[in-house]
Design a protein around this ligand. Structure first.
Ligand code: S3P
Length: 167
């Protein structure tokens, strides 16, 4: 089984992935961590600064390809995976995609302190990116789960209910 969590930065993918994986006896794969391991860089901002976004998206595609042969995992995807159709095609292969839907206001509050996200450095630019991506998350998702003001265990419960209903 493979579950792929998608959604904007700050939508809670990593936190939800941990609880979900624990409940289902699966392993968590953080795409950003896999990607760093593939690269010679120490941090995501460093990759963006030195090589740019296109290079980053290529690494992301490579990670998605590598994960095609791995089963029994919850994949916490980077917020930008939906920018590359090929990456999404690989991720969706034999997997269920879940979109963690969160309002921009809540996201901007959650990310106020974050300095590890090169694409969330100005509220206006981030909002534009959010609006651009919102329809893509919907398009690529098999299931949509709302996360606004909800504790993580409630999000996971809602997700499992929706997954059961689909099977
Ligand atoms: C990105 C989201 C980040 C990370 C990189 C680019 C994006 O992951 O992959 O900074 O384009 O939205 P998170 O969604 O885990 O913050």
């Amino acid at each position: 089984m493979r579950i792929i969590l998608i959604g904007f930065m700050g939508s809670g993918k990593s936190t939800v992935a941990k609880l979900l994986a624990a409940k289902l006896g699966l392993r968590v794969v953080e795409m950003d961590e896999e990607l760093l391991e593939l690269s010679d860089y120490k941090s995501i901002p460093e990759i963006f600064e030195q090589k740019g976004e296109t290079f980053f998206r290529e690494l992301e595609l490579q990670v998605a390809k590598n994960l095609m042969s791995v089963d029994g995992i919850v994949i916490s995807a980077g917020g930008g995976v939906v920018m590359n159709k090929l990456t999404m095609d690989y991720l969706k292969e034999n997997g269920v995609t879940v979109f963690l839907q969160t309002d921009f206001n809540e996201i901007s509050q959650r990310l106020e302190q974050s300095d590890n996200r090169p694409l969330f450095r100005g509220i206006n630019a981030a909002k534009k990116l959010f609006d651009l991506r919102a329809p893509l998350y919907e398009y690529y998702s098999d299931i949509i789960v709302e996360t606004n003001k909800l504790p993580v265990d409630k999000v996971v419960r809602d997700m499992l209910k929706k997954m059961e209903a689909k099977i």
